[in-house]
Design a binder for this molecule. Structure first.
Ligand SMILES: NC(=O)c1ccc[n+]([C@@H]2O[C@H](COP(=O)([O-])OP(=O)(O)OC[C@H]3O[C@@H](n4cnc5c(N)ncnc54)[C@H](O)[C@@H]3O)[C@@H](O)[C@H]2O)c1
Length: 272
């Protein structure tokens, strides 16, 4: 019998997975920790090398396997070098990639500068493609693999000031389908996980509602079906599932981990 979904799988042991932005305090840390706890060997690929080292140390401290490499996903040469470092260290075979490195930007469409738009697209859309490009040959060499893009609820619905971010995140959905089409014949799958409102793990704490003035508190009370804070690990667990064999027939799809935010027809307040 296969493993029960959501539990670490022995089949994942020894499989290397690169997590870009995996040193981040919010989604990135949740992905890195959850993927390691599901038995994968994690490479934290982040701009912030000190934070990446600390995350790798934390994972090793709890018995997981982790290493790190510095990368600027906005820079094609940096991505090529970082992915080549991982591929070489892994003897030419890499199983997975989670593209979590990303940044936000707020501006009305007509107020945004070309440089701002280009920077968001470079990090949030082109970077995930560059990382996939760098690792796909090592997935082909291993007989298959799994790529997960961290999208956003902004790919599905949005608010004012999100032109570049919403475009980039929606673009990841199209990119996932295209990569799934290109490499399905090599057993390489590509999917998206769309997080809702995810606080840093410090702010998440024990999962009780944060202070009233915290932005996540407003989301939980007024914009979600589930009145609970999304744990960064909730995003990571969805990624770990998509990386593993339990998802071996899932490709070109998106899973939205938003506690119901994008299904809500209109917002409700405590006054209603
Ligand atoms: N936190 C949320 O509520 C939320 C919601 C929806 C989507 N997301 C997505 O989750 C991902 C992580 O965002 P987060 O806000 O949780 O941040 P996070 O706490 O995961 O930190 C982001 C990490 O990315 C790294 N990074 C930034 N630019 C980089 C670059 N050019 N190259 C390499 N690394 C880089 C940072 O050093 C940092 O470690 C992003 O793709 C974001 O769009 C987050």
């Amino acid at each position: 019998m296969g493993e029960r979904m959501g539990e670490p799988s022995a089949a994942n042991g020894g499989r290397a997975v690169v997590v870009t932005g995996g040193a981040g305090p919010a989604v990135g840390s949740g992905v890195a920790l959850a993927v390691a706890r599901h038995g994968f060997r994690v490479w934290i690929a982040d701009l912030d090398l000190n934070a990446a080292k600390a995350m790798a140390e934390e994972i090793r401290g709890e018995g997981g396997q982790a290493d790190c490499v510095q990368v600027d996903t906005a820079d094609p040469a940096s991505v090529a070098a970082a992915m080549a470092t991982v591929v070489e260290a892994e003897g030419g075979v890499v199983h997975g990639l989670v593209n979590s490195a990303g940044i936000g930007f707020n501006a009305l469409a007509a107020d945004m500068e070309v440089e701002d738009f280009d920077r968001i697209i470079a990090i949030d859309l082109r970077g995930p493609w560059l990382c996939a490009k760098g690792l796909i040959p090592a997935m082909v060499a291993g007989g298959g693999g799994s790529i997960v893009h961290i999208g956003s609820v902004h790919a599905l619905a949005t608010i004012p000031t999100q032109t570049a971010y919403a475009a980039a995140k929606a673009g990841l959905h199209g990119m996932a389908r295209a990569i799934a089409a290109d490499y399905g014949g090599h057993c390489i799958r590509c999917n998206v996980v769309n997080p809702g409102a995810v606080p840093s793990r410090e702010a998440y704490g024990d999962g009780s509602l944060p202070a009233k003035d915290h932005w996540v508190d407003y989301m939980v009370r007024c914009q979600q079906f589930l009145h609970q804070v999304i744990n960064p690990l909730d995003i990571g667990n969805a990624c770990a599932f998509l990386l593993g064999d339990g998802a071996k027939s899932i490709t070109g799809q998106a899973i939205t981990v938003d506690a119901g935010m994008t299904t809500l027809l209109w917002s409700h307040t405590e006054e209603l």
